[in-house]
Design a protein around this ligand. Structure first.
Ligand SMILES: Cc1ncc(COP(=O)(O)O)c(C=O)c1O
Length: 477
């Protein structure tokens, strides 16, 4: 039984579709009968129904999507909300296309996800990079300082784009940054892909809209229990033109949105509204208990904790293991966990990130602890100094605009001959999908060596034309 159904019009529409008799002569072509053709294909597609002709009539005469989006806007106390089936990737594109015109500049944190950079190429906007502050004790980025933003305001950015929380759960001093931007009437767009649960319990930070941000993008399939690639875009009309946001959203979204992701966003909204405090505070408690249990076997602090950071600037649901504190390799720990059928969200030399969500209970945390403790004991040595990950430490050297490099004539050169050349590729260890080099930036010795070392440590290097890194795609001279 679904108790959310009465409070979630799209979820109700999805369930009602399968409860009612139907004879579709419309898309989707599987007509929920593909199991007649093949049992496996049927398992995959027969529970699919689209928005048009599924959750609503083909002419959208019942307005169920609009009703559900209005409920989301109300919950986040915003002027505007849209549901996306294209992930935060699409929601980032939609908002960024609505900001200005080709040639305009935007200030953004270097910790931005590649979807933000790709959106800048699409929109023709030029980045003014802001470097994150790095916490000396833990080596992790702790957001952009107001001073870093104020250093570049004379370059007249038309927007400030932030990634909050960052991949490791830390946050900038958002109220101060938003205040500094708004003083100059600059809108603040926050990619909160990992922060969908923020603001719905006193045990986690407030969401960025409550802190005054102009747009919030979140993946409802990350911290929240939504369908893969479902996402939410929330916006305020004070500094943003919402008609343009709407136009950009539709320009970049599929014209055939699947019903399940949309219905799941509505369900996640209702879940946060009705049970957010209870579920999130339980998760925070479970994560705390889990970390205490694992920590009790070791002397050095092996997790990132809220007390490592200024108040309110760390997501307490985040489990980030500091492999360096055990003198161990995060990638080796990941392999040992995989051998026991446990998958983690991300591992590099120094860190392992476990994603815990509202769908985890005490029993999952107990199971993880039981497997993790002996693995960590088997790897533990003397602590090693934390090397700030390449993704957080690169200060880019921009040679030509990102868009010019993206469309330039290019060639592949051997890695040994790539130093000093201009990259045509965006190259990012994945996760976290943060660019080490973007199109138009110089491939320095530091970047080339850093990428080679990161790859050798077993991290996947994404988006390079030659994924072996023997060659690099560069702008032709
Ligand atoms: C900060 C950030 N923004 C955006 C995205 C893209 O999200 P999605 O996979 O929902 O498109 C990611 C994905 O990992 C991310 O980490």
């Amino acid at each position: 039984m679904s108790s959310l159904r009465v409070s979630a019009p799209l979820l109700d529409a999805y369930l009602s579709y399968f409860e009612s008799k139907r004879l579709p002569f419309t898309i989707p072509g599987h007509k929920q009968r593909a199991s007649r053709l093949d049992a496996g294909l049927g398992l995959v597609v027969d529970s699919d129904t689209p928005l048009y002709g599924g959750l609503d009539e083909i002419k959208l005469s019942n307005h169920v999507l609009k009703k559900a989006e209005a409920l989301a806007a109300k919950l986040w106390k915003a002027d505007y909300a849209r549901f996306s089936t294209g992930g935060s990737t699409h929601a980032n594109q939609a908002i960024i296309l609505a900001l200005g015109k080709p040639g305009d500049k935007v200030a953004l944190s270097r910790t931005a996800h590649r979807s933000v950079l790709s959106a800048l190429v699409l929109a023709g906007l030029e980045p003014i990079w802001l470097s994150p502050q790095i916490d000396a004790a833990t080596g992790v980025p702790i957001g952009v300082s107001v001073a870093e933003f104020e250093k570049i305001v004379d370059q007249k950015p038309i927007a400030l784009l932030l990634t909050e929380p960052g991949y490791l759960g830390t946050l900038s001093d958002l109220p101060a940054l938003i205040g500094a931007a708004h003083q100059r009437e600059i809108p603040v767009i926050v990619d909160a892909a990992w922060g969908g649960h923020f603001g719905f319990s006193s045990t986690v930070p407030a969401h960025c809209i409550a802190m005054g941000a102009d747009a919030l993008i979140t993946s409802t399939h990350k911290a929240l229990p939504g369908y893969s690639a479902s996402a939410l875009l929330i916006a305020q009309g004070r500094f943003l033109n919402l008609d343009r946001v709407e136009q950009s959203f539709e320009t970049t979204h599929t014209t055939s949105p699947a019903g399940a992701p949309l219905a799941s966003i509505d369900g996640c909204r209702a879940l946060l509204q009705l049970r957010g405090e209870e579920l999130i505070s339980n998760l925070v408690k479970s994560v705390e208990n889990f970390k205490n249990e694992v920590q009790s076997h070791f002397n050095e602090p092996i997790f990132l904790n809220a007390i490592d950071f200024p108040a309110g600037r760390f997501d307490p649901t985040k489990i980030v293991l500091r492999a360096s504190q055990l003198g161990a390799s995060g990638v080796e720990i990941e392999k040992a966990l995989q051998d026991q059928l446990i998958r983690v969200e991300m591992a590099d030399s120094d860190t392992v990130v476990f994603l815990a969500t509202l769908a985890d209970t005490k029993s999952e945390f107990d199971d993880l602890a039981k497997v993790l403790v002996p693995i960590l004991k088997s790897f533990a040595q003397a602590p090693r100094a934390t090397a700030t990950s390449l993704s957080w430490s690169i200060v880019p050297t921009v040679a030509v605009s990102m868009r010019d490099a993206y469309f330039a004539e290019t060639e592949l050169v051997l890695a040994q001959k790539a130093t000093g050349r201009i990259s045509a590729d965006l190259i990012a260890p994945y996760p976290p999908g943060v660019a080490v080099v973007a199109p138009g930036e110089v491939l320095t010795q530091e970047i080339l060596e850093g990428l080679a070392t990161t790859k050798a440590a077993g991290v996947r290097i994404a988006y390079a034309t030659d994924s072996t890194l023997m060659k690099y795609r560069v702008v032709k001279e």
